[in-house]
Design a protein around this ligand. Structure first.
Ligand code: ADP
Ligand code: ZN
Ligand code: ZN
Length: 814
């Protein structure tokens, strides 16, 4: 093959590859990293394909190979292309997901003096120009970024181009510094025989070089090289002493590459497979037979949905299925939500596969991530466990992919390109590698469950907890109608029921969790007397309150209205109620229960690395009686002393302008309700709400997924929402609001034209309207929502300018 199709690390490359000629003598493979000339720069690229013919007439040559080994496997190359097509993301963004951590390097632009300076009267320059020129002369070269910092982007560019035009400076490019390197440790060993060393030591002592002598004696006692740091510590000497021995030819210093390891196996004892229950056995058999037929080369592409309540033994199934895959000569990848990737979770896997488990997640240092990546590629691990991006680990011989808590929205990358969903990517990867995949959950995503219902996926069920007698049954859930509280004259955040139960638990030295769903609070207006929420008459979604203009806006159709003075439903004047914050709740809690010790847990207090664990640790050791928190405390953590969980207001999530609001509320409440009563003390859950009749709240209170699913899927069908259609959101952001709106309107017209000229019937366009997060980092955001099918095919040929963010299958509010 003489040509390579290369995905180039440049923003202008977009979704395409570029043809390069392979210079004679250079051997190039698919997946390899190369340097290629691109414009006047030399950029990183990854070879995605080899061919006999270039796709354009004129080609440049590949400049050099960055690393001899391929970085992407052939199936990863296909996966990257799929991601780029499906999510309409630049190809290199997709490729970059699979590269070693820290590999990606941009190019920095510098200005420096040209080889020959022109005859030029510099006195005619402006003071600014002169300053810049002098800086270049003084430093030799100046990075454009530095100039931009000093002068502002526009000035820096202007002055640079003026100086270039006069031939006083030229541009040059350099690759960014390497971000991460292999870690090395220096070892010290003798360069002579031990006996010789002892003699030398004796004579050194005569020369009063006692430290050198001591170090030499120490080395003579060692049977193998010693880490330099350890030797220095033992003899208590500086590095100069070791260097002196080296220069005398008595010792050598060798640098040895070591791996930074995120898992410490100290204290982890091996664990053995449990004897499966009857229900587990039948689940396991199905997975096993799929694994075996795949290993025999008759893959029957299978996506399993493992639906089982918390404690039903799903994780044991994962462990045994992984062991089976390993027995068949394969390896596995396990995804868990970032927040569930606790030391306990890792230990559970590491103890079953000692020294054979790699972890990958964003909290590791870049060095740790880099080393794990290298070792995974070297085939050192049977199992890779990690968060979302671990699906891109270079795990060869992939036989099994497990996604635990597959309903978690954090599996979707929503804030940067590519806006991929790890479940969909994993299903595609399983298809490409003929691997088996298990999607596990106690409350499966509605779309996943639908696919299982109609037979696209295979449903496996574990309907009971493994040890119902030992653990307590699912907790009692009481739903409190807040409207009744107000009627009875109770204006506190605590209903009478919650207040009583809290007091009782605290008196009994038990623990309480108060849960506040803060997401979306303060964005809608609710009547405090009857719970009425103002909605858009056309779109049915709650209107969002914009404090700055004191106006209500529909984030789907841009309908606007002022805030009413009285409630249209009950005529109460207490209409303008904006929800509760954690601080307010904390104040009222300490006022109502002065004897209780409080602990607050929300994102304001937990951005440090280990503070989740610290706060939990404090609560677990009973340093506090009441834990107040948001979303985060809903995750599966065992807290045996907790006997009461109070959901302070369940409605916030229901009133978000999002068709998944019901699903999100159900998921969250189910998780919260599963929280209490995990210990031997049993537990109680109290959900406070203004809409006790809402199906999501009712179903969560009964721990009844089927009840929720049946209602939800009916609504989805009626309203033609996913899985009965596909959605895409297009968000445009700009510092100028009017311009932002105009561009959104222009785009909508363009999309309608395209739709009509291509005769597509089942495509509807919603908006443009201000995005839910209307202003982000100083930019206004407007949004268009598309509903139809195969939206990436529709959007693919349409030119979408800079400033637009396209999200195919969005999961939340943009
Ligand atoms: P899930 O992942 O569904 O929450 P786990 O696999 O964590 O469930 O199981 C819940 C508890 O039951 C764990 O403590 C686990 O060790 C135990 N367990 C699971 N399967 C068995 C089994 N077959 N025999 C005995 N104990 C089991
Ligand atoms: Zn009212
Ligand atoms: Zn509307």
């Amino acid at each position: 093959m003489e040509y390579a199709e290369v995905s180039v690390n440049s923003p202008v490359a977009q979704r395409r590859t570029f043809s390069y000629a392979i210079p004679p003598g250079l051997s190039i493979d698919v997946g390899q990293a190369v340097r290629v000339p691109f414009g006047d720069k030399l950029l990183q690229g990854i070879v995605l394909e080899l061919s006999h013919y270039p796709s354009v007439e004129e080609t440049k040559e590949i400049a050099s190979v960055i690393e001899p080994r391929s970085l992407l496997s052939p199936s990863q190359v296909l996966l990257a292309r799929w991601i780029s097509e499906h999510y309409l993301s630049p190809l290199f963004d997709a490729v970059a997901l699979m590269l070693p951590p820290g590999f990606e390097r941009k190019v920095d632009t510098f200005i420096c003096s040209p080889p020959t300076l022109p005859e030029h009267d510099v006195t005619s320059l402006t003071p600014r120009q002169k300053d810049v020129l002098e800086l270049v002369w003084r430093q030799g070269k100046v990075s454009l970024r530095e100039l931009e910092r000093k002068l502002g982007a526009r000035q820096a560019r202007l002055i640079t181009s003026q100086l270039i035009a006069q031939g006083l400076v030229v541009k040059s490019y350099e690759m960014e510094r390497v971000k991460v390197k292999p870690k090395t440790v220096s070892y010290l060993c003798l360069a002579v025989k031990a006996s010789e060393a002892r003699q030398e030591a004796a004579s050194l002592r005569g020369e009063r070089a006692t430290r050198q002598a001591a170090l030499l004696d120490f080395l003579a006692q060692q049977s193998q090289p010693v880490p330099l740091a350890q030797a220095r510590q033992r003899v208590n000497c500086g590095k100069a002493v070791a260097d002196a021995l080296v220069s005398k030819g008595l010792a050598n210093i060798e640098s040895v590459e070591v791996k930074r390891e995120p898992i410490s196996y100290e204290g982890i004892t091996p664990s053995y497979p449990l004897i499966l229950t009857t229900a587990q056995k039948s689940v396991f058999k199905s997975i096993q037979s799929s694994l075996m037929s795949a290993a025999k080369g008759h893959p029957s592409p299978t996506v399993f949905v493992l639906y089982g309540v918390t404690g039903s033994g799903k994780t044991e199934i994962y462990l045994q299925a992984l062991a089976e895959a390993v027995r068949l000569g394969k390896r596995g990848i396990v995804l868990v939500p970032e927040i569930a990737l606790t030391p306990q979770t890792i230990e559970r896997f590491a103890s079953r596969f000692p020294h054979k488990v790699a972890v990958l997640h964003s909290k590791l240092s870049l060095g740790e991530q880099f080393d794990e990546w290298q070792r995974i590629r070297d085939g050192e691990f049977d199992v890779v466990i990690g968060s979302r991006s671990a699906i891109f680990a270079p795990q060869s011989d992939l036989g099994l992919i497990v996604i635990d808590e597959e309903h978690e929205w954090t599996y979707k990358q929503h804030d940067k390109s590519p806006r991929y969903h790890a479940c969909d990517v994993a299903i595609k990867l399983a298809e490409l590698t003929e691997a088996v995949i298990i999607l596990g959950s106690a409350t499966p995503d509605v779309e996943t469950f639908y696919h299982a219902q109609i037979g696209d996926y295979r449903l496996l069920e574990l309907s009971e907890r493994v040890t119902p007698s030992e653990g307590s049954p699912l907790p009692q859930v009481e739903v409190v109608d807040l409207r009744q509280e107000l009627k009875a004259g109770n204006r506190s955040l605590f209903s009478r029921s919650l207040s009583r139960a809290t007091a009782k638990a605290v008196t009994n030295s038990e623990q309480v969790i108060l849960f506040l769903n803060r997401r979306g609070a303060a964005t809608f207006i609710q009547c405090r007397s009857c719970g009425f929420v103002l909605r858009c008459k056309r779109c049915e979604v709650a209107l969002t309150y914009h404090l700055a203009q004191d106006v209500l806006v529909c984030h789907q159709c841009n309908y606007r209205t002022s805030v009413p003075q009285i409630c249209p439903q009950c005529l109460s004047r207490r209409i303008k109620f904006l929800g509760i914050g954690t601080q307010k709740l904390e104040q009222e809690t300490s006022f109502t229960f002065p004897q209780a010790r409080l602990l607050r847990w929300d994102s304001d207090v937990t951005h440090r690395k280990y503070s989740h664990e610290e706060i939990l640790g404090k609560f677990r050791t009973h340093e506090a009686d009441i834990l107040i928190g948001t979303q985060m405390i809903a995750k599966g953590l065992d807290l045996p002393l907790v006997t009461l969980v109070g959901v302070v207001c369940a409605d916030t999530g229901l009133n978000l302008p999002d068709f998944r609001a019901g699903e999100r509320t159900f998921q969250l409440l189910s998780q919260v309700a599963g929280r209490a009563g995990r210990g031997i003390l049993g537990g109680q859950v109290i959900i406070q709400t203004y809409s006790p009749e809402h199906y999501a709240i009712k179903a969560a209170a009964k721990h009844d997924y089927a009840l929720f699913y049946n209602q939800e899927i009916t609504y989805r069908r009626q309203l033609h929402n996913p899985p009965f259609s596909q959605l895409a959101s297009l968000v445009y952001s700009h510092t100028n609001e009017a311009l932002c709106q105009r561009e959104a309107e222009r785009m909508k017209r363009l999309l309608i034209e395209e739709r009509d000229s291509r005769g597509i019937a089942d495509l509807s366009l919603i908006g443009p309207a201000p995005a839910f997060i209307h202003r982000l980092r100083g930019r206004y955001r407007w949004q268009i929502i598309l509903r139809g099918s195969e939206l990436f095919t529709f959007l693919s040929p349409i030119p979408i300018p800079q400033g637009w963010a396209v999200d195919i299958d969005p999961v939340g509010l943009a």
